[in-house]
Design a protein. Structure first.
Length: 152
């Protein structure tokens, strides 16, 4: 088995959503808006079509589980839906970077995702015929960058 770097994925986020009625947020889940995102690689170039959502489940000890759905339009007009689940460990370095609006290195946190795609476009059928994993890091407090790899 080999990992082939297929593309980079960068997204701007906003959140978490807060209740406007003064009630407390859910202790089981937070909601984050995926505002703007790009997929850039030799076989795929796309921009988010509209905002997406992350139904993030926080866990003890700084760990959490993202569940993201986000639609894209490729540069040649195809529609592609990206959905992923994963695990993030917000280490002290990660939390410091968020507080200072700084980036992190790949090793500063554990941010790993399993990514799945849907499309009706024959040109991008390979996205549905392959398994993808990603590693992530911060580019700022609310900007995330991923390297996405196809398992071969």
């Amino acid at each position: 088995m080999q990992l082939i770097h297929e593309f980079d994925y960068q997204l701007d986020i906003d959140g978490p959503a807060a209740a406007s009625d003064g009630s407390s947020p859910s202790p089981r889940r937070t909601w984050w808006e995926m505002k703007k995102a790009t997929l850039k690689g030799p076989r795929l170039s796309a921009t988010s079509l509209m905002p997406g959502i992350d139904w993030f489940t926080p866990m003890p000890n700084g760990f959490g589980r993202p569940h993201v759905r986000l639609p894209f339009r490729t540069d040649d007009g195809a529609l592609v839906l990206l959905e992923y689940h994963g695990i993030v460990h917000a280490t002290s370095r990660f939390n410091d970077a968020v507080a200072r609006d700084e980036g992190t290195e790949w090793s500063d946190q554990y941010m790993r995702m399993a990514m799945f795609f849907e499309t009706e476009s024959p040109r991008y059928a390979w996205l549905m015929e392959s398994m993808f994993i990603a590693r992530g890091r911060l580019r700022g407090a609310k900007v995330i960058e991923y390297q996405v790899f196809r398992l071969e």
